[in-house]
Design a protein. Structure first.
Length: 85
């Protein structure tokens, strides 16, 4: 799977606590193998055909766009209370 990182994702990732960054990297390994892995708790966002989220922790999420079956754009990462605004 090919992952592309939006500028917003890169900017938000740098601001995350180091522990969350490490946990994200572990989740990315699962994501690259199978973006539907149950450990990711992947969900389609209501009202969007190709916008999804997956969990890093119970509090942190990644939003992504599925461009093709093997091409993904990671749009942003952050705390769930902030990310869906």
């Amino acid at each position: 799977m090919k992952l592309f990182y939006a500028q917003e994702f890169k900017k938000c990732f740098k601001k995350l606590p180091p522990m969350i960054q490490r946990l994200y990297r572990k989740q990315e390994i699962h994501f690259r193998k199978n973006w539907r892995d149950s450990r990711l708790h992947t969900k389609r966002l209501v009202g969007h055909a190709s916008l999804f989220s997956f969990r890093v922790t119970r509090e942190y999420r990644v939003l992504f766009v599925l461009i093709e079956s093997d091409i993904v754009l990671l749009t942003t990462i952050g705390h769930r209370k902030d990310i869906y605004r």
